[in-house]
Each structure stands twice: as structure tokens, then as C-alpha cells.
Write a protein that binds this ligand. Sequence first.
Ligand code: AOF
Ligand code: ZN
Length: 358
Amino acid sequence: AAGVRCQAQAGDMDAHYMRRCVELAWTAAGHTSPNPMVGCVIVSEGQVVGEGFHPKAGQPHAEVFALRDAGHLAENATAYVSLEPCNHYGRTPPCTEALIKAKVKEVVVGMTDPNPIVASKGIEKLRNAGIDVRVGVEEALCLRLNEAYIHRMLTGKAFATLRTTLSMNGTVINQIGSGADQPGGYYSQLAKEYDGVIISSDMAKATTLPISREAGAKQPLYIIIAQGEGSKVHIPFLNEESASNAIVLADSPVAVEPSGVSVSVLDQMNLESILRLLADRGLCSVLVDFRDAGGVLVPLLSKFQEDKLVQKVVVELSPVWVVSPGPSDLAFGGSQSFPLKNVEHKEVNGTLLLEGYL
Ligand code: AOF
Ligand code: ZN
């Protein structure tokens, strides 16, 4: 019985260290594409002696940072990694070699790497070097961490999440100040984790997007869909400096103001070709802003289910009640919104109840 308990505890510790790897990996959310987010923890005699994560494509991998942190204590230690260590020369040398050189005794892997140039070869290499390798600890968590990276690797398309924001009475909220998109709000947090945000040119014209002025701040790339626009598109939320934060995808040649925004003319304006183009540019994930519910995004999304082009949906329920003089005024402006106070929410079987005071 003592033996059984000991094993159970070892299992718990495995899960514990792997969860720490995932937590470390998340700190680089939004920065690593086209690479995955990866975290690594080195454990020796029950103590964490090294930690690391992959900060950005082109920089060293998680294992390298963790091994550096551990120094000579890595010898005979166990390395936990949320993704199978790589075995190839990419922008950086193979992590398998670094682990072998550091003389770790054991490697615990969250999930195998779907990248065809790695795909289990890293694990094989470690085993051939006499290192014990266990695979699949907290696998679900590791799969969730890199859902976008995995999707791009397997399909050649960006992972797409459809996003909308509703008032409590079910109207779409698409204006800054009306309960959505305040700087520092939920959405600006979410946008930081995505590589790109798709919006229609109508939305681009009508809203102020939270482009941060902070130097070095992580911004998603804004992908503006212009269809049937004529020859000119003006995008007021951009200026000359922030022009590189956006690209325009159009169905015919257009001049964009400010100049400096790159324009691609697509033969076929459909979601499939857009998601492929974004994946080719190194974007793993994209948030599709569907608040412009009557605009050009509707035909783009009409077949998304059939073609499995959208993987996820995010709906924000904003604690405001919107009143407008007429239904047509709901589109962009003309309506008044009343924020609620002392908001509480309850959840029963996925149904969310929100209540608050006017
Ligand atoms: C790891 N640890 O932290 C990461 C891995 O161009 P490179 O050298 O950065 O290689 C990129 C590939 O390496 C990437 O597509 C994925 O297969 C793997 N990423 N592997 O062992 C890490 N970021
Ligand atoms: Zn590596």
C-alpha cells in the first residue's frame, strides 16, 4: 500500500510541475507565433532548480533557458517540458542535444510536437541517449495551451475565434465606451493573446480600436476586409506610425489612407483563403470581430461550419441595457446605453444569468 501511495504522489508531482510549465509558457502569450508557447522546469531531488519559457520566435527555446537557470544542478535531474523537445536545427539548435549534454536523467513531456520535422523524433533521440522519457502528463492542458499552433501546423490555416459583444437586452455592442473595448478591459486582454484581429472596413471606419501607444506593446495585426469599397479606404484609427499594425485585404485594388498600410488583393474573398494567407504570414490565431453583424463579414462566414473554418466562439455579455430610437440606429451610433451597477452573475449548465441595478 505504501508503494501505491508513493506512486500516486509521484503522479501528482508530475502534474504539478507540468502545470507550472504551462503557466510559464503562457507568460509569452501572443509573442511566440509562428512558434508554440513552451515552458520547462528542471527538478532535482524534489526541488525546482531551473525554469524557462520560450519568449519569442528566433530566441532560444524553453529548455535552453531552464537548463541555463539550473546550471550543473541539471545533472541527473528531471526536465519537465510542455512540448516534446525539438530535434532539428531551426532558428536555434536542437533542445534534445542540450538536454543530453546537460546529463538530465529523465524528461517528462506534455505532448508530442505536431511539427512534421519534430513529430516524435525528439523523444526517440532522448530515449536512444539513455534518458527515460514519459509522455502525456497534463496533455489536455498542453493541447489547450497550443491549440492555435497545433491547428496551423495540421491544417495550414490560422485558428479562428468568432467574437461578439452583446448588451443585456441582446443588441450587438460595437462602439467604444458602450461597454466594450475599453483599454485594459477584457477584450484588450484577449486581443493581446491573438496574433490577428479581422474586422470589416465598416468597423474600421466607425470604431476606435485599442491600439496601444506604449513602445514595444504587443498588438495584434488588424486585418481589415474591404469589399465593394471603390478605390479608396480611409482608416481613421491608424496613423502613419501605426500603419504597420494593419493590413487591408480587398477584392479589387484600393488606395488606403494612411499610406503605409499594406494591401493585398485577393482573387477569392473567402474565409478559407484569408486564413491560409494569415497562416502563411506566420499568424497562428485570429479573432474575427463579428459585431458588424450586417456587413461584409456575413458572406465570409456563411459556410464556416461546413468548412470547419471557425474553431471557437467568444461572446461577451456586457452589463449594459441599450435603448435606441429605431432598429436601424443600433448599427453604429444613435443608441443610448445604460450601464448596470452591482452586477452579479450565476451559471447553471452553461447558461449565464446576469443581474444588475439601473
Ligand atoms: C522546443 N522548445 O521552446 C519551442 C519548440 O526555428 P526554431 O529553432 O525556433 O524552431 C521552431 C520549431 O521548434 C517550432 O515549429 C516547434 O516545432 C519547435 N518549438 N520546441 O523544444 C521550445 N518553441
Ligand atoms: Zn527546441
